[in-house]
Structure formats: structure tokens, C-alpha cells
Ligand binder design. Structure first.
Ligand code: 4NP
Length: 163
């Protein structure tokens, strides 16, 4: 498999789902000392320069991650075309990335990694802490699986659960 050196997580606002995915990924990268760059962005420009939403920041903290440094930005075919992989959080994000002109083979859906292609739902469907916890658990499964495919030293979530 060709080496994946950079991954961009993409949702709609870049304030709830994709920054949380980025936070989970960079923690694994740090833990295993991987040589891979991760970032996140939104298909909309509605939350440029904003911090991640409180629900995502809080659930991250509950799990020992701090994502307060991340800021919203809009995905761009010009600035982001060098990423090896673009991970869309749901089908709409995936469709929008295709429309923007990114190479189709570089676009994957988060749910394809361990969740049978499920969309990671947006925050309007899970406003409370329990909802953010569910999203965190979904992302943890997918990000572990995604990184374990490209970096076998990373244990897949399945292996972690079997221990
Ligand atoms: P995200 O969630 O795509 O996970 O960052 C959203 C945040 C804000 C909006 C939509 C989704 N919004 O419509 O402002």
C-alpha cells in the first residue's frame, strides 16, 4: 500500500465532528510517533477561525484530549489538493468534495472504516453530552481502523476491544 503521509478530515462546519476526529488522530500519531500530518476543514465557510464547539471540546477533555487550539477553516481545492487522503464525515461532505474537484480516489468516507459506511451525524442530531459521547466512540473506531490500515503498528479498535 502506498504510504499515506497526510490526511484531511472534512465535515460541514469544521467545528464539531472533524476537529474531534483530528484530535483523536493526532493523539494516536503522537502515541505511536507516526510520520503523518493531519488536519481538518469544513465544506462551508460559516465558522472560519472559530474554536471547536463546546460539546466536542468537552467530550475531548473527558477522554484526555485537548482540541482547544484548533480553528475552523474552509476546505480549498487550491490549498488542500496535496493531501493524500480526504476523509468525509458524511455522504454530503463526500459529494461536496467531489464537486469541488478533488481526485475521487483520494476521497473516502469515515464510516467505511469499521462502521459499514455509516454517516457520522452532524450535531443537530445529538445536542447533549450523551450524543457527543456516541460520536466520539464512532470516531475512535474509525480513526483507529483508518490509521491501522496504513500503519500496522497502530492496533485496530477491534484488537483493542479483544484485549
Ligand atoms: P460540523 O457540525 O460539520 O460537525 O462542524 C456543524 C456545525 C455547524 C453547522 C453545521 C454543522 N452549521 O450549520 O452552522
Amino acid at each position: 500500500m502506498e504510504a499515506v503521509k497526510s490526511i484531511l478530515f472534512v465535515c460541514l462546519g469544521n467545528i464539531c465532528r472533524s476537529p474531534l476526529a483530528e484530535g483523536i488522530a493526532r493523539d494516536i500519531i503522537r502515541q505511536y510517533n507516526l510520520d503523518v500530518k493531519v488536519d481538518s476543514a469544513g465544506t462551508s465557510g460559516w465558522h472560519i477561525d472559530e474554536m471547536p464547539c463546546a460539546g466536542s471540546r468537552n467530550i475531548a477533555k473527558k477522554h484526555g484530549l485537548n482540541i482547544d487550539d484548533l480553528r475552523g477553516r474552509r476546505v480549498s481545492i487550491y490549498a488542500d489538493d496535496d493531501f493524500d487522503l480526504l476523509i468525509a464525515l458524511d455522504s454530503n461532505n463526500q459529494r461536496d468534495l467531489i464537486s469541488l474537484g478533488f481526485e475521487k480516489s483520494k476521497i473516502k468516507k469515515m464510516g467505511d472504516f469499521g462502521l459499514k459506511g455509516a454517516d457520522i451525524p452532524d450535531p443537530y442530531t445529538y445536542k447533549d453530552e450523551e450524543g457527543f459521547e456516541r460520536i466520539y466512540q464512532m470516531l475512535k473506531i474509525c480513526v483507529h481502523q483508518l490509521l491501522s490500515i496504513h500503519y500496522p503498528v497502530v492496533e485496530s479498535h477491534q484488537n483493542l476491544q479483544q484485549k
